[in-house]
Design a protein around this ligand. Sequence first.
Ligand code: ZN
Length: 233
Amino acid sequence: MALSDDVFSVLRENLVAIKPDYGGRPDVVICPLCLRDVHRDEVLAGGVEHIIPRDGVRRDSQDAKDLATTNQRCGLTVLCRSVRGIAGYEAKQGCNGFKGSRYDWRLRLLLDDGAHASPRLSTRHAVGILTMAYLGAFQVFGYGYVLRPELDEIRRQFEMPDRAETYWLESVQYATSPSSLIATATGHPFLFGSIARQEAPLHVAFRNCQAYLPGGHWQVPTGVRTLAALSPR
Ligand SMILES: [Zn+2]
């Protein structure tokens, strides 16, 4: 079975567990960034999307490459690819194209373990990092987390590359020193932390980046698979 088929199946299972009304629409999942429907054909034809751009992990150490594949080290998601208007701009390739052109291109060389001359993070860099943290949370916690209303402002921020829309943007941190890369035992990129308090944020760390997201304390549904259950080669 193709990877995109596996990804679609897991997302379907996750979506229907959270929103049973989608049970009668077997060919549809939801884009985590715009919440529009994404059809199975679209996923199979377009393939899956890396959360962290592939160029960001290309120069990983051999140890990291032995531990996990490129797909695993980037993290996977599905994003819509059909035309949509974003802040007055026509995104022909949907959220997928918008993420690639607005954020991935600019961040792709900042995510490795080399030394980086301290770049003053532009708003756009910060939004790109916040978006990756959000998609990482989607990969691990699924629709049950991202469909919470507190996350609306993160989605709105994705649509505004150059203007701060949410104070969560101020939580973004980027480490410039070499060897500050976050390592996990599995090679998967995202680490999460939170405390059991109703209003606590979700701390997300990956590569040389960190950010906080709203709604860090909620009930994770048990027995429902998310994309993190896949171990794609
Ligand atoms: Zn979308």
